[in-house]
Design a protein around this ligand. Sequence first.
Ligand SMILES: Cc1ncc(COP(=O)(O)O)c(C=O)c1O
Ligand SMILES: N[C@@H](CCCC[NH3+])C(=O)O
Length: 416
Amino acid sequence: MDYFNYQDGTLCAEQVSLASLAKEHGTPLYVYSRATIERHWQAFNVAAGEREHLICYAVKANSNLGVLNLLARLGSGFDIVSGGELARVIEAGGDPSKVVFSGVGKTADEIAQALDAGIFCFNVESQSELERISEVATARGQIAPISLRINPDIDAKTHPYISTGLKENKFGIAYEQALSVYQTAASLPGIEIHGVDCHIGSQLTELAPFIEAVDKLLLLIDQLADVGISIAHLDVGGGLGVTYHDEVPPAPSEYAKVLHERLGSRNITLLFEPGRAIMANAGVLLTKVEYLKLGQDKNFALVDAAMNDLIRPALYGAWQNIVPVQQNQQAPEREYDVVGPVCETGDFLGKSRKLAIQAHDILAVRSAGAYGFVMSSNYNSRPRAAEILVDGEQAYVVRERETRPSLWLGEHLLPS
Ligand SMILES: Cc1ncc(COP(=O)(O)O)c(C=O)c1O
Ligand SMILES: N[C@@H](CCCC[NH3+])C(=O)O
């Protein structure tokens, strides 16, 4: 079931018409559905079943405070990659003791901040980071709970920019070195070994790479047991794909089923770090058609959202569905490139889309809830969009549109 559907010819988020939201709040506008977010999170929670587990939502996918608060209320954990994300989780009412801290470049300040907050686990990405965490913890009289992020050298079969589990990628500790780095970890004063972690990439649409990775990690866990290092949790990362176009990714239940089969009767807590699978199809980006530009070879629909609002099409050549929020009976159907006003040829939201539209119509870019607003920028001095969270018949502004003055807040002219 899709909570974004047409009711009387108008696309709605739950019970709220997107046309009316665009009218009231202006465009570009991000709109999220609470029911969808909750359903997607529960799909993981139910799939994890009776086994001890923690779902650590990947904050990077969408770090809006309203969204984080919603997930915190469900009892979610969080996967963070910066001190800023930790601060947002805490501000939103998230429980720091359910936070895992990933990322290849944690600074000493961020490590200290996470230790003080009492996070669940550091996902350590190199031996040098491990040593630094030990030093920071020891200096503060603390012990850091850690897992090592292992790079299993597996092809996730996704876009190269979001593939993270190959030897050539900067992420994690090489599988061959894992045992020896764990032994170093066991000898360091500020470190307590809790888990094994991996994350091989994002937007995976097949189970095979996940299974291959887990099998390698279970082998490692057995080798660790042989040298007296016991592992309490296995963090399988995020990465489960979604349907943007015609992909058919496995459901969380299918994914969890194979994990349960692999884990069998092992006494091990299972951690997931889903981001996209929870948020992508829980959000849309609304944009208004400003002009139609008809040409001999190409037609352009110039809209008021651009690559600064949603960079996925420009950055990865990503395809996201673009639909009118209201059927336009008057306009002829034509093929358009849907482009923004930014001065770059790469500034497009979609190419060769068949649409029956005219100026002032509102379009919805679907599947925009993950890696949408969070990757937006002020390029071309464009203010960032507002964000709305719909809950049944109610719509809440969870972030106000940037006003022009906020674009130069904190900037200074040279003294005269
Ligand atoms: C360490 C880590 N965990 C979780 C995620 C979330 O991934 P996804 O949004 O594909 O679920 C990412 C991003 O790819 C990541 O780098
Ligand atoms: N930003 C990427 C996903 C990045 C995953 C982060 N590790 C996307 O939009 O698909």
